[in-house]
Design a protein around this ligand. Sequence first.
Ligand SMILES: Cc1cc2nc3c(=O)[nH]c(=O)nc-3n(C[C@H](O)[C@H](O)[C@H](O)COP(=O)(O)O)c2cc1C
Length: 325
Amino acid sequence: MKNLSTSYLGLNLKSPVIVSSSRLTSTIENLRVAEENGAGAVVLKSLFEEQIMYHISALDTSAGFPEADDYIAWYTKSHSVEEYLNLIVKAKKTLGIPVIPSINCFSSRGWTDFAKNIADSGADALEINVFFMPLDRKKSAADSEKIYFDLIERLKDKISIPIALKIGFRFSNILYMIDQFYMRGVEGVVMFNRFYEPDIDINSMEIVPASVFSNGDEKRYILRWIAMASAQDIKINISASTGVNSGEDVIKYLLAGADTVQVCSVLYQKGLPFLKVMNQQISEWMTKNNFKSISDFRGKLNWLNYQKPGVFERTQFMKYFSSVD
Ligand SMILES: Cc1cc2nc3c(=O)[nH]c(=O)nc-3n(C[C@H](O)[C@H](O)[C@H](O)COP(=O)(O)O)c2cc1C
């Protein structure tokens, strides 16, 4: 097996393949299996902003829990914040690989003080899965963007462990946003989160969830932005996420310039031991192409290094479409 080591958020990883946040990373048993099969790091299942707010309001007897729908109220009560902090402590005791807890949030309000509890539990870094849904047509893109910046500034005030922001790709200018995150001290970006999307069942005429698991085609939206973001002269780490089904897919993201690659759907479908197969596939490809380390080829095909950078700048493919009858 080749040396697959890499660095991410200032941490040393034995492999660039990270198990991304989901229920798969919610038990010590699963985390152990992930490590045994070669995961470079694990991102724990997310703690939700609502859970933190419930915890805070339960400590303060004068405050009521804010309005929440039944599911959120049930979830926050049955999945306690203490349980989450215990998971971090136990994971740190049990594993040798970095443990990265995750918080899902939609505002920069009240909950940010709590991040200190996570840092104090021994977390190696913190991933913030953040999306503010723009629901108000009177608010500009700049208004929405400011919420991200306020959030980062608050978190950076409270904790000193590295922060990775798991973001969506629906910004007017992703490169500007990443630059702004970096200027505020954010160490990494996860590109990109895959959101819940509604679909329509035409038989029942109901709104239903679109597919929970990703497919390989979804990489097409992401490769370009990783290739462009990794070509910037800023030292923010990039972790690719979405659509990785094999070691070959990991290699694509690394060639585009990602430092690490997160996997979720494929592990639900094939089991955590599939991590070993992915590492093997990366290693075999490196042997075939004479690469001794990940840094030998990381970013080789990004916007800066590829000999025809124009391919990343084009969106309208006149030649491509005109040849399809
Ligand atoms: C069942 C399931 C649960 C997930 N739970 C979380 C979560 O709690 N927090 C989070 O940040 N992402 C969560 N995700 C998103 C994944 O971490 C990942 O970003 C997304 O699935 C895209 O990666 P993939 O194409 O490898 O599946 C979840 C995904 C799935 C399929």
